[in-house]
Design a protein around this ligand. Structure first.
Ligand SMILES: CC(=O)[C@@H](O)[C@H](O)COP(=O)(O)O
Ligand SMILES: NCC(=O)COP(=O)(O)O
Length: 248
């Protein structure tokens, strides 16, 4: 259980691949982004191999597996195709996420409570090959307790609702939901990560929540990198979250 204010930054490079896929070019290469992110202080690299391959491709994951100095957090839907691919590459971390083809982005958390047997079998299968499995869920006690029951050592709380909240009241309410989720996850002995929709203007309040192990951030980093370069984008984000965690 994490009790200190140490906080890690997982850099999600999916949207570097989004730009490449928009034209079917060889650039920009997410592998180069990952190496730059590591040099700038990323603690890990997150990639989501979507079923529709809209951004990250198998080629990216295979190359990253060979070249990363830190560790890969491989996000995947719970499908047989992905399970078999994960068994082939054996990433250090796997985050099981819900996925639908039409969604613009990952819209909500995985319904662990509603499909415990299926998720338990996936967690067991992936744990057997040495992966630390995390479940991408809403900050909801029912889902957190179910995550514990299915044997996942870690959860990642979906911060999308917090990021999308528009009024100060809603922002405060969603932030509290995340903070309560972190606290409850810790009582369950889970490693608690968080992410989705975090950016330079909303990240500090989340980084200040005691007990969060890691924040996974992608879209905002890639967007900022267009103007300042990838290394600066990562180091600015890392400095922000470390300062916020230290002040808390
Ligand atoms: C699960 C998650 O939050 C990330 O994988 C994020 O979803 C990546 O971006 P897209 O949802 O746009 O693929
Ligand atoms: N799991 C969340 C993630 O990896 C990054 O999400 P986003 O910052 O691209 O919204």
């Amino acid at each position: 259980m994490t009790t200190s204010n140490r906080i890690l930054l997982g850099v999600n490079i999916d949207h570097v691949a989004t730009l490449r896929q928009a034209r079917g070019t060889r650039y920009p290469d997410p592998v180069k982004a990952a190496l730059d992110a590591e040099e700038a202080g990323a603690d890990g690299i997150t990639v989501h191999l979507r079923e529709d391959r809209r951004h990250i491709q198998e080629r990216d994951v295979l190359l990253l597996k060979d070249v990363l100095q830190t560790r890969m957090n491989f996000e995947m839907g719970v499908t047989e195709e992905m399970m078999a691919f994960a068994e082939r590459i054996r990433p250090a971390h796997i985050c099981l996420v819900p996925e639908t083809r039409q969604e613009l982005t990952t819209e909500g958390g995985l319904d662990v409570a509603g499909q415990e047997a299926r998720i338990k079998a996936a967690v067991e299968r992936l744990s057997k090959i040495g992966c630390e499995v995390s479940l991408f869920i809403d900050a909801d006690e029912r889902q957190i307790a179910a995550s514990k029951r299915v044997g996942a050592p870690a959860i990642e709380l979906h911060t999308g609702r917090y990021a999308d909240a528009e009024t100060p009241t809603d922002v405060a309410e969603e932030l509290k939901r995340v903070a309560d989720g972190v606290a409850f996850g810790m009582t369950q002995g889970l490693i608690v990560n968080a992410g989705h929709g975090l950016h330079y203007h909303n990240v500090e309040a989340v980084a200040a929540i005691k007990g969060i192990n890691e924040l996974n951030i992608g879209h905002a980093l890639v967007a900022h990198a267009l103007f300042v370069g990838f290394k600066s984008a990562v180091s600015e984000m890392k400095a922000l979250i470390l300062a916020a965690a230290a002040k808390a």
